[in-house]
Ligand binder design. Structure first.
Ligand code: PLP
Length: 232
């Protein structure tokens, strides 16, 4: 199947469940992204700052760019003018820097807090206590140019569907608790970004509102990056 066919298939499948499709275009060329764009896709996810900046400059202005990977504070300034949603916020320090750069650009930038749900050592994210601590802090209360619109999580890379299900359920429980405790009056706090090519079906069953699908749409990624861009 072509990229356009894949795109249409996944888009209609997830949207029929009321879920947004983030087409993860990391390592894909501008031409490839345009194929998906011309098939109707407008939301693209990238995990390297420089790669996203380069692509944004070359592609149509109505694309929503989502930064889905780990973000270093010193790179925020490059994406602050245009980024639509930052999925991987995992510290107060990063949130403060996003706020500072958003203010410079006279914007409010939407963010998701990345929560650590996987049974792996390598993944970034806050644990449940750290999420609560951050939201309770005076420093967070001062930030007027960021808006936290939900949570993001990455499940363990395993074939054990029961385990993946439990991890997504735990994130949903945390989300519901936080919604009541901190965002009861804010309709904008409504997003759960979980699910990738291998586990998006489970994610949607367990309450995901945005799935991040790459290889199922574009095919297996080549290891080489779009442009020289080693440290994100
Ligand atoms: C690469 C990536 C994805 C997409 O992964 P696929 O398995 O290709 O669908 C989703 N989320 C994050 C954070 C990623 O880095």
């Amino acid at each position: 199947m072509s990229i356009a066919d894949n795109l249409k298939k996944y888009k209609s499948e997830v949207e029929s469940d009321g879920v947004k499709l983030i087409a993860v275009s990391k390592t894909q060329t501008v031409e490839t992204i345009l194929e998906a764009y011309n098939a109707g896709q407008r939301i693209f996810g990238e995990n390297h700052v420089q790669e996203m900046v380069d692509k944004q400059a070359e592609l149509p202005a109505d694309i929503e760019w989502h930064l889905i990977g780990h973000l270093q504070s010193n790179k925020v300034k490059y994406i602050a003018p245009f980024v639509k949603l930052i999925h991987g916020v995992d510290s107060l320090k990063l949130l403060q820097e996003i706020n500072k750069q958003a203010l410079k650009n006279k914007r409010v930038i939407d963010c998701l807090l990345q929560v650590y749900i996987a049974d792996e050592d390598t993944k970034f994210g806050l644990d449940f206590d750290e999420v609560i601590e951050l939201l309770r802090s005076d420093e967070y209360a001062e930030l007027k140019n960021i808006r936290i619109v939900g949570l993001m999580g990455i499940a363990t890379n395993t074939k054990n569907e029961k385990q993946i299900t439990v991890e997504f359920q735990e994130l949903k429980v945390l989300f519901d608790g936080i919604k009541v405790s901190f965002f009861r009056k804010e309709d904008s706090f409504k997003e759960i970004s979980t699910g990738m090519s291998a586990d998006y079906k489970i994610a949607i069953e367990e309450g995901s509102t945005m799935v991040r699908i790459g290889s199922a749409i574009f095919g297996k990624r080549i290891i080489k990056h779009f442009k020289a861009d080693s440290a994100n």
